[in-house]
Structures are given as C-alpha cells and as structure tokens.
Design a protein around this ligand. Structure first.
Ligand SMILES: C[S@@+](CC[C@H](N)C(=O)[O-])C[C@H]1O[C@@H](n2cnc3c(N)ncnc32)[C@H](O)[C@@H]1O
Length: 205
C-alpha cells in the first residue's frame, strides 16, 4: 500500500465505535500498565488510534504524548480529550518512521496493536529503546500470527500488493520476544491473553 494511513483514516469512525474484544483482558492490561506509573512520569503512546488508552491513563502520570499517522484517528482522539477535559495528553499526527525523539526522554512507551503492522519493526524497537530513560518501561500488545496462522500469508500478501490491505508481519511470540531482547531490553513479564496477542513489559537497563 502506498499510503497506509489512508486505510486507517477509513477505519477511524468504525474503530472508535467498536468495543474492545474482551473488556476483562483490556482491564487487566490497563492494571498491569498502571502499576508502572508514577505521578511525575512522561509517557509516549505510538499508534494510539482514537486515544482511548492514553486518556484512561492520563490521571496517573504527568504527561502523555499520543501519536498516530492517521489524521482521522488523531482528530477523534483530540475530540475525546476535549470532551473529557483532559489537558495532560497531547495527540499528534506522526508516523513511527518520522518519529525522532531525543535519547532518555520518556519513562514509559506504549505500543498497542501496531508493531505487527510495521515492516521496520526492529528499527522502531531500537528508537523506542533510545528514547526511553534508563530504567524506563516499554509496554506492548503485539499480534503474533506466525506458526499456524502463516496459512493466511499468501492471501494477505495479495491484498497488500493490490493496495487494499496494510502490511502485516507474520511472526511468532518467540520471534517477537527475541527481537525485543535484541534491541537491548530485559523482559519483565509476558502474558498471552489470546492465541495471537502477546502483552509484554520490557525494561531499559
Ligand atoms: C490496530 S490500530 C491500534 C490502535 C490502538 N493502539 C489500540 O490499541 O486500539 C493500529 C493503529 O496504528 C496506526 N499505525 C499503523 N501504522 C503506523 C505507522 N507507521 N505510524 C504511525 N501509526 C501507525 C494506525 O493508524 C492505527 O491507529
């Protein structure tokens, strides 16, 4: 796909209206993340979509930057922040490819349901590592559809080549965990709430 943000622009309204697949799993992820937060922390969420997670966490930290390359997703996120009168979250339209934050800037970086959509996953993990403070946390939910799910790869690839679907990486939970380690992180905890999803917390040494 030439400009994948267009795919997500078209999805934005539907995405905003859709309930999470499991409220129980979502709540548990929020709780595990909340345990890492302190009132003075600076947080980044990449691929924040319509901003739900950033807005929920806003009362627990000093500031959150929520970024996403889809203008429509960011518009909805900004509207929600305004309606909820949340003032310590800044939503910006930015792709992970253009993201260039200084070293040691953030205490926590979140990336939920985005890393499997990136051809340059490893580069992104390296950037996340760089811009975290020493002792900072990386929190991610990543769709790991290697193994048996690889049977869908040819079909997805056709959709991708025809410009109908965004890029989708096919890798296993083990592959992904290894890649996170290769970027320098220590894995703090892993949880597999579903066959596909891996919820992982990693720490910068
Ligand atoms: C599946 S949605 C997940 C949204 C949100 N994190 C959540 O968990 O509900 C993926 C999001 O990643 C964004 N995204 C995909 N590729 C991106 C990129 N290269 N740079 C920035 N955002 C990207 C999309 O616009 C979309 O909002």
């Amino acid at each position: 796909m030439k400009d994948e943000s267009l795919f997500w622009n078209n999805m934005a309204q539907k995405y905003a209206a859709k309930a999470v697949p499991s409220q129980e799993i979502y709540e548990e992820k929020l709780n595990l993340t909340r345990d890492l937060f302190k009132a003075d922390m600076k947080v980044l969420e990449i691929g924040c979509g319509t901003g739900t997670t950033s807005l929920i966490h806003a009362p627990n930290v000093a500031h959150i930057t929520g970024s996403d390359f889809s203008a429509e997703m960011i518009k909805i996120a900004k509207d929600k922040a305004k309606t909820k009168k949340v003032t310590n979250v800044k939503f910006i339209q930015e792709s992970v490819q253009e993201m260039d934050y200084p070293e040691n800037k953030f205490d926590v970086i979140m990336a939920h349901s985005i890393l499997h959509l990136l051809e340059d996953k490893k580069e992104t993990l390296d950037k996340i590592y760089k811009s975290l403070k020493p002792g900072g946390y990386f929190v991610t939910t990543t769709g790991c559809i290697g193994g048996i799910f690889k049977i869908f790869k040819p079909l997805w690839y056709i959709g991708f080549k025809l410009g109908k679907l965004p890029y989708l990486g096919f890798f296993t939970k083990t592959d992904f965990t290894s890649l996170v380690r290769e970027s320098g992180f220590t894995i703090e905890s892993v949880w597999s709430p579903t066959k596909v999803d891996l919820f992982l917390i990693a720490k910068k040494a």
